[in-house]
Ligand binder design. Structure first.
Ligand SMILES: NC(=O)c1ccc[n+]([C@@H]2O[C@H](COP(=O)([O-])OP(=O)(O)OC[C@H]3O[C@@H](n4cnc5c(N)ncnc54)[C@H](OP(=O)(O)O)[C@@H]3O)[C@@H](O)[C@H]2O)c1
Length: 319
């Protein structure tokens, strides 16, 4: 099979296309013939060698949608020919930028007929992350105010839509007005420029001075101070990256704030969330956005693009 691989960490040009043996599914694994996969921000960090430990050579890619080609021992819920999507691979597992990938069964869910492979391949990692952060960690409630940093990003654009469909009032930060317009179309009631010198004041204005109940933060090092400033009483800050920078006089105590992390690596059983995500997509409450599609030869370009940003949604890779 053809696959993208890197043998050493480095710039995107370490990525090459190679001919490899098709993997054989082990017990409890599903062999998926990949039709579409997506680029996640973390893929570029794994490749660069700046995050986690990766055994080399490595195939990048953590999300996939495709068709079941074979099943390992003990897999009864999938049959050859089923349409499926799966997420969260790539960290020391066989990646998905390949014609086939063997994936643990609990990371795989059925993909309804009316969801395209591109959309199915775009959403797993970012959708599971947004779901876990908002539903399970934050306990977001209808009418609460939600701040999503980077509302156009992979996680951000899923969180904006999920928050809106949960009945929250969503405020998102973005890098430009043209992107902001598209994020408002996804369900944000207000967008603010993350480079604004009056960011905290603008967020406060968007809440009519009442503050934000839940904050989804993907750059805690940069924004924890702001988060604690704009948080309402009993606010919850959910972080998907970073350590905790020092903040002068954090109003943790008198506002009774919570800061909580979440990591998709801690969720081996992704199927129940993927099934809910599929239902949201079928209902029209979640519409993963495909910004660009790349072939295997252009994965380096896709890795550059994910770091550069400035688009809405996800970058897709197709064999
Ligand atoms: N904990 C977990 O389980 C988990 C899961 C998924 C992702 N993550 C991490 O979460 C982060 C986001 O992931 P992703 O897949 O959503 O990445 P992504 O698709 O690349 O999105 C990144 C977002 O950050 C925005 N951004 C860039 N500079 C910014 C700034 N100065 N202030 C605020 N926002 C800024 C981007 O806006 P522009 O388009 O304007 O550049 C974009 O909206 C990554 O670090 C990723 O590794 C963690």
């Amino acid at each position: 099979m053809r696959a993208v691989r890197y043998h050493e960490h480095g710039e995107p040009d370490v990525l090459g296309v190679e001919e490899l043996d098709e993997p054989t599914p082990a017990a409890a694994e599903v062999l998926v013939e990949i039709r579409a996969a997506s680029v996640n921000a973390v893929d570029a960090k794994f490749r660069a060698g700046t995050y986690g430990s990766v055994s080399l050579p490595a195939i990048p890619g953590g999300d996939a949608a495709g068709v079941v080609a074979a099943v390992g021992e003990g897999v009864e819920e999938f049959a050859v020919g089923d349409r499926v999507f799966a997420g969260g691979l790539g960290h020391d597992e066989g990646g998905t930028f390949a014609e086939y990938a063997a994936i643990p069964r609990m990371k795989v869910a059925h993909l309804p007929e009316n969801i395209s492979f591109e959309v199915g391949g775009a959403i797993p990692n970012v959708g599971v992350t947004a779901w876990t952060a908002l539903v399970e960690r934050a306990g977001l409630e209808p009418t609460e105010r939600l701040l999503v940093h980077g509302g156009n990003g992979g996680v951000g654009h899923a969180a904006v839509q999920l928050g809106a469909t949960m009945g929250a009032d969503v405020i998102a930060t973005v890098g430009s007005e043209s992107v902001g317009e598209r994020v408002r179309d996804l369900g944000a009631s207000a967008t603010v420029d993350y480079d604004s010198e009056t960011l905290a004041g603008e967020i406060d204005d968007a809440t009519d001075g009442e503050g934000v109940d839940v904050i989804l933060d993907h750059r805690l090092d940069d924004y924890l101070g702001l988060d604690l400033t704009v948080a309402a009483q009993n606010g919850r800050v959910i972080t998907i990256t970073g350590g905790i920078p020092s903040v002068e006089n954090p109003p943790l105590q008198h506002k009774e704030l919570t800061i909580r992390g979440t990591a998709i690596a801690n969720i081996p059983e992704r199927r129940p969330i993927l099934q809910r995500i599929a239902r949201l997509i079928v209902r029209g409450d979640l519409a993963p956005v495909v910004a660009e599609t790349y072939g295997f030869e252009d994965v380096g370009e896709a890795h550059r693009a994910v770091v550069e940003g400035g688009y809405v949604g996800k970058l897709i890779v197709r064999p």
